[in-house]
Design a protein around this ligand. Structure first.
Ligand SMILES: NC(=O)c1ccc[n+]([C@@H]2O[C@H](COP(=O)([O-])OP(=O)(O)OC[C@H]3O[C@@H](n4cnc5c(N)ncnc54)[C@H](O)[C@@H]3O)[C@@H](O)[C@H]2O)c1
Length: 253
């Protein structure tokens, strides 16, 4: 799919990997609807990037929020051809810790945002994509979800987070099969450690020690590298049903 013909819904587009994806897509000529809870940052990004970008305050876990965001994108741009899902949270809690067993509410909240929120958004976007005029190969749309290397080598305290990311990986092939009939592709990106706002407050020592764990290049990922990978997936018609590690070959101990 040509980026200049793309209208993308990008969740989590107010910050970090999502924001970088918005910038990469806009630079390639796409129009973008940002769905995020953070209205202050989301409005700011949209205002900076101009008329081809709209912001819709959205909690991805809520069906009515995502449906309203899709209606706003359809009204502004007339179609949706791509959906990149970056909205997510990271949590740290062990299965059994000093304070007792993992809080069930925290586990459920993580599943709700990272997994159900992703599913909620792409299923509703797919319903709009299915109405598009087919392009080359009969293609009508592309979905990109965000997993994590924690889907494969999750660490202590990542039980809830890893469960959501493993599920994102697990959904990829069955969804590719479900949506093939409509000409819609889906891939997931499993990022390693990226320098997003989360890390800005952690200090140079922490960043250096994390960087040392990366095989090559020995640094954290740049959010723009995630955005460019998402863009490549949209532009590559034969990429489907796969999870791509984007991690400098890091394998977390
Ligand atoms: N940064 C990394 O190193 C890294 C590594 C692997 C995976 N990831 C994944 O990438 C994604 C983005 O991470 P990031 O580092 O850019 O984080 P971030 O905190 O910078 O951005 C996440 C965005 O999601 C939004 N959000 C959170 N809950 C939401 C909800 N319910 N509805 C709508 N928006 C919501 C936040 O407002 C925020 O703007 C997450 O899924 C994260 O798990 C990040």
């Amino acid at each position: 799919m040509k980026l200049s013909d793309t209208v993308a819904v990008i969740t989590g587009g107010a910050s970090g990997l999502g924001e970088a994806t918005v910038r990469s897509f806009v630079a390639g000529g796409a129009r973008v609807a940002i769905f995020d809870m953070n209205a202050e940052r989301g409005e700011k990004v949209a205002a900076e990037l101009g008329g081809g970008v709209l912001f819709h305050k959205t909690d991805v876990t809520r069906e009515e929020d995502v449906a309203a965001g899709i209606a706003a994108a359809m009204k502004a741009f007339g179609k949706i051809t791509a959906n990149v899902n970056c909205a997510g949270i990271g949590v740290a809690a062990k299965t059994l810790g000093k304070e007792g067993p993992h809080e069930l509410a925290l586990f459920k909240k993580t599943i709700d945002i990272n997994l159900t929120g992703t599913f909620n958004t792409f299923r509703l976007c797919a319903a709009e994509m299915a109405k598009n005029e087919p392009g080359e190969d009969g293609e009508r749309g592309v979905i990109v979800n965000t997993a994590s290397v924690a889907a494969f080598d999750g660490q202590k305290g990542q039980v809830a987070y890893s469960a959501t990311k493993g599920a994102i990986v697990g959904m990829t092939l069955p969804v590719a099969r479900d949506l093939a009939y409509y000409g819609i592709r889906i891939c997931a990106i499993a990022p390693g450690i990226f320098y997003t706002p989360l890390f800005e407050g952690l200090g140079e020592d922490v960043v250096n020690s994390l960087s040392a764990q990366v095989t090559f290049p020995k640094r954290l990922g740049k959010p723009s590298e995630y955005g460019d990978m998402a863009r490549m997936i949209v532009e590559s018609p034969y990429m489907n049903g796969e999870t791509i590690r984007l991690d400098g070959a890091i394998r977390l101990p």
